[in-house]
Ligand binder design. Structure first.
Ligand SMILES: Nc1nc2c(ncn2[C@@H]2O[C@H](COP(=O)(O)OP(=O)(O)OP(=O)(O)O)[C@@H](O)[C@H]2O)c(=O)[nH]1
Ligand SMILES: [Mg+2]
Length: 244
């Protein structure tokens, strides 16, 4: 099957090369599939795109999509559309470019897909998973509480990590749910995508991941994320209470 690893980037010049090297090496562990890397860069002013162009001469099967900065959700939509239409993806993988996700964990996601799962979540909040020790108290509380609020609001306690950006899914899940995702610009896309996957009866599984600390570059998460997420949860709960 065709596996496309979709990598959204905005100013990740310090880590993108190491990530691509790691993914290229990790993909040798699942030779039964054909792997393609797709970097979705929003014209990063730090030259992330130039590094990818340089790597395209070192490696086959790397594509670069450029465009204006319109948020993480829109980057994923653009990337996944391209992965399916142009690269004929059967399986897609989401991974951050700042090296907080270990590229050598990718085979574990593919193994679960090969076993018949449709949506695999790299989870920080199940046994064996972790978040950075040096995260401040606020960030720890925000992440844990955020996940708890999502689980309760969406009545889906079975999933522990809703906001993880390390995931694999079969393309049919995206095709089936896309029309309900087009309006999400930011990080809420991740929560909405998983919720739609569950509603589509995708077979979902969590595997533990260690979420490393961000050593280079800057976080893109802004305060509007919390506001957008709470709005989404309220709207979803209201809609489903009125028309269950
Ligand atoms: N193309 C694109 N990529 C983005 C955008 N916002 C974030 N990203 C990328 O999405 C990934 C996740 O963003 P991060 O800022 O690392 O989010 P995070 O890991 O939850 O937050 P930190 O722990 O603070 O790093 C990174 O690879 C970013 O470069 C965007 O607007 N466009
Ligand atoms: Mg990060």
């Amino acid at each position: 099957m065709n596996v496309v690893i979709v990598i959204p980037t905005y100013n990740e010049v310090k880590t993108i090369e190491r990530l691509i090297d790691g993914l290229k090496s990790a993909s040798k562990k699942f030779p039964q599939h054909k792997t393609h890397l797709l970097v979705v860069d929003d014209n990063s002013p730090d030259g992330t795109g130039d590094v990818v162009r340089k790597l395209q001469s070192r490696y086959d099967d790397i594509s670069l999509l450029t465009g204006e900065k319109r948020g993480l959700g829109q980057a994923y939509l653009r990337g996944m559309d391209f992965a399916i239409e142009k690269l004929k993806a059967d399986i897609m993988l989401e991974i951050d470019a700042d090296f907080q996700h270990d590229p050598h964990a990718v085979p574990g996601f593919i193994e679960k897909i090969d076993k018949g799962y449709d949506f695999v979540i790299g989870s920080r909040y199940i046994k064996g998973g972790s978040i950075p020790r040096n995260w401040g108290v606020n960030r720890k509380i925000l992440s844990r509480m955020g996940n708890l609020i999502i689980r309760v609001s969406l009545l889906t306690l079975s999933v522990h990590d809703w906001t993880s950006g390390y995931r694999a899914m079969r393309s049919w899940v995206y095709k089936k749910t896309r029309s309900n995702l087009v309006s999400f610009n930011g990080y809420t896309f991740q929560v909405a995508f998983l919720y739609q996957a569950l509603k589509s009866k995708a077979k979902v599984v969590e595997i533990p991941i260690h979420f490393g600390e961000r050593k280079y570059g800057e976080s893109k998460i802004g305060s509007e994320y919390v506001k957008n997420l709470l709005m989404y949860l309220a709207k979803t709960r209201f809609k489903e209470t009125v028309t269950p």
